[in-house]
Ligand binder design. Structure first.
Ligand code: NDP
Length: 263
């Protein structure tokens, strides 16, 4: 019996328990995936071990704690510095990041992409940046404030705040900010976003479950659009494959997890 959970704060909104339990039930695996409200991220490892979990997902705001507390880090998580998946192997906690690959797989509906503009410079922007540059896509970062730009500049990525930004052409424009999540804000001034969209092909919002002002404007301006639902499902599928030691193929797990969003 696999014993799994997701840790975060807040956590009541998370779709991960539904996604994983749906896959367990329909793929006939004995397992249970619960949710755990964790206020103090430094207690993550202690609670993981006390709960005798075989694996876990870690969400906002504890992904950096997860990175620091894992016994070993594998894959792209090493570059990102954030972990969203723990797997217990031979009494060691192995940390992975499935957000980055989950995002990248979800781009397959778009055409070829040479360059991307990422609005935002938080944790999600970091994960997306690493997977894009790993796949030879040029990245530019545009953020509201200057404080978070140094991380990207150290990676030799063009990173500016709104007042210094000069618009140029981008195949893909990504909203990785939380603007539009609980409000109806654009991630930058509407006039600036319109200029950006005028020279772009695809618009992607990591927010899911609603049409944000960002996506609405992109659609009105004729861009091909996508929200963050597929990214969420893909990171879940990749985590599930790690939890179950890849007993199943990606598409059969995804088919089950997608059912959560179709009811
Ligand atoms: P962080 O808190 O790390 O970063 C937030 C970023 O958004 C910062 O760059 C911040 O700018 C910017 N921002 C916040 N509010 C505004 C605003 N009103 N206008 C302009 N910029 C704003 O958040 P995360 O990176 O962890 O999460 C970002 C989004 O990604 C959330 O909406 C989250 O729900 C979503 N997400 C989706 C996932 C999926 O699977 N689909 C997975 C993970 C996250 P500043 O530096 O100026 O404060």
């Amino acid at each position: 019996m696999l014993n799994l959970a997701i840790f975060g704060n807040p956590i009541s909104h998370s779709k991960s328990p539904l996604m994983h339990n749906m896959a367990f039930k329909n793929l006939k695996i004995e397992g249970y995936y619960g949710r755990y409200l964790l206020e103090d991220g430094s207690k993550l490892k202690k609670r993981f071990l006390e709960l005798k979990l075989d694996g876990a997902n870690i969400t906002v705001p504890h992904k950096e704690f997860a990175y620091n507390l894992a016994d070993e880090i594998r894959g792209i998580a090493k570059e990102i510095g954030a972990v969203n998946t723990f797997v217990l192997k031979n009494s060691k906690i192995i940390g992975y990041n499935t957000d980055a690959d989950g995002f990248f797989i979800s781009l397959n509906e778009f055409g070829p992409i040479k360059n991307a503009l990422i609005l935002g410079a938080g944790g999600t922007a970091k994960a997306i940046t690493h997977i894009l540059i790993k796949n030879n896509i040029d990245v530019t970062i545009l953020n509201r404030s200057k404080e978070r730009l140094d991380y990207f500049k150290e990676l030799k990525i063009s990173a500016t705040s709104f007042d210094e930004f000069e618009v140029s052409g981008y195949d893909l424009v990504i909203n990785s900010t939380s603007a539009g999540l609980k409000d109806s804000l654009f991630p930058c001034k509407k006039e600036l976003l319109s200029k950006i969209f005028k020279n772009a092909k695809f618009a992607y919002d990591v927010i899911y479950g609603k049409e944000t002002p960002f996506l609405k404007l992109a659609k009105e301006m004729g861009l091909k659009i996508k929200d963050g639902e597929d990214m969420l499902i893909n990171q879940g599928v990749l985590a599930f494959l790690l939890f179950t030691q890849t007993l199943f193929d990606f598409d059969s797990v995804k088919k089950e997890m997608q059912k959560v969003f179709r009811f």
